[in-house]
Design a protein around this ligand. Sequence first.
Ligand code: TXA
Ligand code: MG
Length: 329
Amino acid sequence: MITQIKKVDGKSIKLAVNILRADGVIGMPTETVYGLAGVGTSSNAVKKIFEIKGRPSDNPLIAHVHKRYDLNKLVFIEQPYVKKLIKKFMPGPLTLVFKSKGVVVNEAVCGGETLAVRMPSHKGCQKLLKAINLPLVAPSANISKHTSPVTATHVYNDLNGKLELILDGGKCLGGIESTVLDVTDVVPRILRAGLVTKEMIEKVVGSCEIAQHKETDKVKSPGVKYRHYKPKCDTALFSKTQLDKVLELYEQKQKEGLKPFIMCSNDLADKFSGKNLLLLGTTGKEIASNLYDKLLEGEKIADIIIAVSFDREDGVYLGITNRLRKSCG
Ligand code: TXA
Ligand code: MG
């Protein structure tokens, strides 16, 4: 199969809709990461998604809908606070987990009773969702466990030959996946941290819990138990208090004839002057936006990425730190 990359416009959206209506799958831009999308009411399309990604069959998919789509068609909205969350954060990088009405097929939710739904804010994605007017289920458009793609080229590098079309909507500005929030209970619970933070949710609804995902817990968001986001080169992760160790490993690798790169925030650039660097930016927002892009750049040019962590978990750093541990730890 030949995989075409086409800029999102009226013509490519029509092509995408035709492919999707015929149970095909496409690469789709969103404001977080690129998705591998298929129609959520088609078992055939959903099976293709799992096959193409090599995704474990117990890890459910998120349904994506346009901003005027009536969520009541798909799920039971039971908790009163949900309205406030929808008003404040949708469309945007927030996924809500509800009790499903079963419109999205069983294969997509892995036989579970809940359905995760999100409304991406990416304009091209909104246009596509409006044109098809059906829920599109989409995991991140990478081979399972690899770093999530934030450009159409990243999708192509992973999935070339496995799908007909990738809609190119530019670089994803968010850069890490949506926050997944369980809203089936009296208090909402973050299953996966992201750009919509605990602090932001608390401001709107008062309280918000964070799922702990201990080994012994019944896993509520299966995706979080898997090894994830791994670039194809070696990696190492150090705390900000271990800069001497970072330099030691860097020099050791160079002596071995290898090409190490240090990945860190811009404020540490001085400490590593003259070294190969992958700089992530200064603010949490910039760092989230650049993280996967730099990991995917790094895997092409480095033998090892030596990452320096941020040593904080407030706000968006919870999501960033979680990804950094899984990709480089
Ligand atoms: O930003 C995003 O969310 C991206 C873009 C493409 O929308 N999508 C994405 O999908 O990250 P994926 O499949 O890579 O991750 C979905 C996460 C997994 O951790 C999965 O376990 C969780 O959402 N999830 C999906 N459905 C769920 C459900 N019904 N209950 C609990 N967790 C669910
Ligand atoms: Mg993923």
